[in-house]
Design a protein around this ligand. Structure first.
Ligand code: BG6
Length: 476
């Protein structure tokens, strides 16, 4: 194995709504993901097809308690430190800071919670990497404005960011503006608080909301740099190269277009302007973006410092309508099964080489430092009679991906700031709401129905990752 860069940020990543719980404690307001239930209604609500803006007694809402990290964070960060983490990616819940999303005065209790959490990280030399918005739009703003379809979200978000930058300057250097910003197109309610009226041009609404998020992201970058000159602000993409199902030129073209669609947001956030093809595509789809004078300038001035992304699998596409109809290669995006790859229990293709391919595509396109802020295997774990958990499948998955990451650094020469695996501690699955789909090095005793003691324990992968970090990737 070649060497990893000095100060490489090894660590793990979580999101507030999937781990904190305490959804109505400490003055926190309700956010979009709090009304996305477990069970058959989950996808219709997350996709904006079934309107739900409050909780009811018939549904179970996984975010409400999650793994109760709100009350366990000291214990959890101590375990991260035991593994040798140098970085912990977490998100701040917007409604813990501004319960209604746009309150003039922030909620001191919410600010204090994160302050203590950052202090706890620094106590162990762990660098926090903060996502400003991870699938949580304040419900009050969805009721008031219809979520990100309304321009006024830009100022609400900018105000929220400014509160955080002022308070946490000196404590947080690395920031991400929106988690998986491209998921707005695939899970519009969960991603951006969008609901659609019958007959409404769905594409128009989505791309208008996208424009607002892009302007908001640019504003946040500018604000961060003005308030914290050392800050590094990144975008965040749900990445994964699209492969053509065959080498038929039409399939190759389809894969190239699918990739471009996926890169759309990052093109704007990194290059500071809409790509030409996107303008043409929008014209053809009858999308007329409403913009304001100054937007173009703002997008140019608010470009990101680095490109962060999640990578779980590559994707595969084709123009063959029959295969596309049976699409089963990815739960959320249109993709077909790749016959050369095995898949996880949830059907996500396992493709370590795809990570290297994806990294090279991103660097070729943007020439900015990369940061892998999510990667991991969602799997069912078995607890043995003595409490041990032998998750060799997880170790195998991560090892194979780290090997490819190392090649991307040492053979391809790519600058990579760090690697934070998804869910270093078991947490709620974003797509299915399950606890059974586990990613952690740390096991949490809780099941899909919400039962369990919430006790934490170390899996085999815990000791393995500790050794990986201690040897700086030498001992895999
Ligand atoms: C990413 C999200 O999409 O993938 C996370 O940023 C999510 O929030 C992760 O948890 C894994 O997906 P899932 O559906 O298995 O939880």
């Amino acid at each position: 194995m070649g060497k990893f860069p000095k100060d490489f940020l090894w660590g793990g990543a979580t999101a507030a709504n999937q781990c904190e719980g305490a959804y109505n404690e400490g003055g926190r307001g309700l956010s979009s993901v709090d009304v996305v239930p477990f069970g058959p209604d989950r996808f219709p609500v997350a996709l904006g097809q079934l309107k739900m803006l409050d909780c009811d007694a018939e549904h179970f809402y996984p975010s409400h308690e999650a793994i109760d990290m709100y009350h366990h964070f000291k214990e959890d960060i101590k375990l991260f430190a035991e593994m040798g983490f140098r970085c912990y990616r977490l998100s701040i819940a917007w409604t813990r800071i501004l319960p209604n999303g746009d309150d003039a005065q922030p909620n001191e209790e919410g600010l204090r919670f994160y302050e203590e959490l950052f202090d706890e990280c620094h106590k162990y030399g762990i660098e926090p990497l903060v996502t400003l918005c991870h699938f949580d739009t304040p419900i009050a703003l969805i009721k008031k404005y219809g979520g990100w379809k309304d321009r006024r979200m830009v100022d609400a978000y900018a105000h929220y960011c400014e509160v955080l930058f002022q308070r946490f300057r000196g404590k947080v250097k690395y920031w991400l503006t929106f988690n998986e910003i491209n998921m707005l197109l695939h899970m519009p309610f969960m991603g951006a608080g969008l609901l659609f009226a019958p007959g409404e041009n769905v594409q128009q609404v989505k791309y208008q909301a996208a424009h607002h998020e892009l302007v908001a992201s640019a504003k946040a970058v500018k604000l961060a740099h003005a308030i914290m000159p050392d800050a590094m602000v990144g975008c965040m993409l749900a990445a994964g190269q699209f492969y053509p199902r065959t080498c038929a030129p039409a399939d190759v073209q389809a894969a190239a277009e699918a990739d471009r669609d996926n890169y759309f947001f990052i093109d704007v956030q990194s290059r500071g302007e809409y790509p030409v093809w996107a303008k043409k595509r929008m014209e053809r789809a009858g999308i007329a973006l409403q913009t304001e004078p100054g937007d173009e300038q703002l997008l140019k001035e608010g470009t990101v410092d680095f490109i962060s992304f999640s990578y779980y699998s590559s994707r595969c596409t084709t123009v063959d309508p029959e295969l596309m109809n049976k699409a089963s290669g990815n739960a959320i995006m249109d993709a077909v099964k790749n016959p050369y790859l095995k898949a996880s229990d949830w059907g996500w293709a396992i493709d370590p080489v795809g990570l290297r391919i994806t990294m090279n595509s991103l660097y070729d396109r943007y020439q900015k430092p990369l940061f892998i802020v999510e990667n991991g295997l969602g799997a069912v774990d078995k607890v043995e009679a003595d409490g041990s958990i032998h998750d060799t499948y997880r170790i195998d998955y991560l090892r194979a991906h780290i090997e490819q990451m190392e090649k991307a650094i040492n053979e391809d020469g790519l600058p990579l700031l760090g690697y934070t695996t998804w869910g270093p501690i078991d947490l709620v699955s974003a797509s299915t709401g399950e606890m059974k789909k586990r990613y952690g090095f740390i096991y949490v005793d809780k099941d899909n129905e919400g039962k369990g003691t919430l006790a934490r324990s170390r899996k085999d992968s815990f000791y393995w990752y500790k050794k990986v970090i201690a040897s700086d990737g030498e001992d895999l």
